[in-house]
Write a protein that binds this ligand. Structure first.
Ligand code: FES
Length: 336
């Protein structure tokens, strides 16, 4: 039988399985409690244990001293309940509740997904994790202090490594470096989490629209929805020039095959290169307009280059979309 945990200050309840930490249980059930390292070192998850008992796998973790323990403080990333518990802790309800941090990280994988896109996996120091909300981004801080922003493609529950999708732009300061010089094991400096492009609570069906590497935060959002058992209908449109630009097409197809509430519609725009393509053709916002005459009941999440976002902002409200239910992230290209 799982133990019950109650957040005293918010009347929120969640279950904790045997040998599951309070923090892991909360995050698994989409209750976002604050954390920093998830290994007992930083103290960011410290909370007040109002009722019940917890134990720690070995001795007290470094960020909790004996006195605090006796006063009823608990480190939720390490604490294992031995009874039902009541805790007093704040929750992370919006991007503004998260602490902005500058961290070093190491490139563990640099993988070419097609001629124009590489995927990087970044590992933080062992004592650190970056807490973020699905859809947010980080800045990479380059030598001389210049910054380039990239959305995280991993969902928040997979925070062991940060996943970025980098598109090649001629003259792009970071993209040229990433394509031509960056080696695995390289050290980078990042700041994050940043951005307000996050999932909003609602009971409306969701329309997700990605353009090119705007797929990255959409992937994070969808994988987050799968993790929390989101039951709303999710229709994903991914616009690209040609088939090879749909660089994780198999993954998107798999989401749709394995989840009855997910539909995936790829849309290609370079009409002279579409040999034998049976799917939708044209610009992605046009495909959406063709398929939906009334968007008044939807939430729309869109991420892509400025022309795509501008076209969506301009056109979808004509099909009934309430602007308050349009959440978008437009990525600008910045050359050297
Ligand atoms: S001590 Fe760092 S998250 Fe728990």
């Amino acid at each position: 039988m799982p133990f019950k945990s109650t957040l005293a200050n918010q009347a929120i309840n969640f279950d904790i399985e045997q040998n599951e930490t309070v923090l892991d249980a909360a995050l698994r059930q989409n209750i976002s409690l604050p954390y920093g390292c998830r290994n007992g070192a930083c103290g960011a998850c410290k909370a007040e244990l109002v009722e019940g008992q917890v134990v720690y796998p070995k001795e007290l973790p470094p960020a909790l001293n004996q006195e605090e323990h006796e006063q009823g403080k608990a480190l939720l990333c390490q604490a294992l309940p031995t009874s039902d518990i009541t805790i007093k802790a704040r929750t992370v309800d919006s991007a503004g509740d998260l602490k902005l941090r500058k961290l070093p990280c190491r490139v563990t994988t640099c993988e070419k997904l097609n001629d124009d896109v590489i995927r990087l996996f970044l590992e933080l120091p062992k004592t650190e994790r970056l807490q973020f909300l699905a859809g947010q981004y980080i800045d990479i801080i380059m030598r001389g202090g210049k910054r380039r922003s990239f959305s995280m493609a991993n969902p928040p529950h997979k925070d062991q490594q940060i996943e970025l999708h980098i598109r090649h732009y001629n003259g792009g300061l970071f993209s040229e470096y990433a394509f031509n010089e960056l080696q695995e094991r390289a050290l980078l400096r990042i700041e994050g989490p940043l951005g307000q492009f996050t999932l909003h609570e609602s009971d409306r069906p969701i329309l997700m629209i990605a353009g090119g590497t705007g797929f990255a935060p959409i992937k994070s959002l969808i994988e987050h929805c799968l993790e929390i058992g989101e039951t709303r209908q999710i229709d994903l449109y991914w616009g690209a020039r040609s088939e090879t630009d749909l660089y994780l097409n198999d993954m998107a197809n798999r989401w749709a095959e394995e989840n009855t509430n997910i539909n995936y519609i790829p849309v290609l725009s370079e009409l002279d290169k579409l040999n034998g393509w049976q799917g939708k053709k044209g610009f992605v916002h046009e495909a959406v307009m063709e398929d939906y005459s009334d968007l008044s009941g939807h939430d729309v999440y869109a991420c892509g280059p400025p022309p795509m976002i501008n076209a969506i902002v301009e056109s979808l409200p004509k099909h009934g979309l309430d602007r308050e239910h349009l959440f978008s992230d437009s990525f600008e290209f910045a050359a050297n």
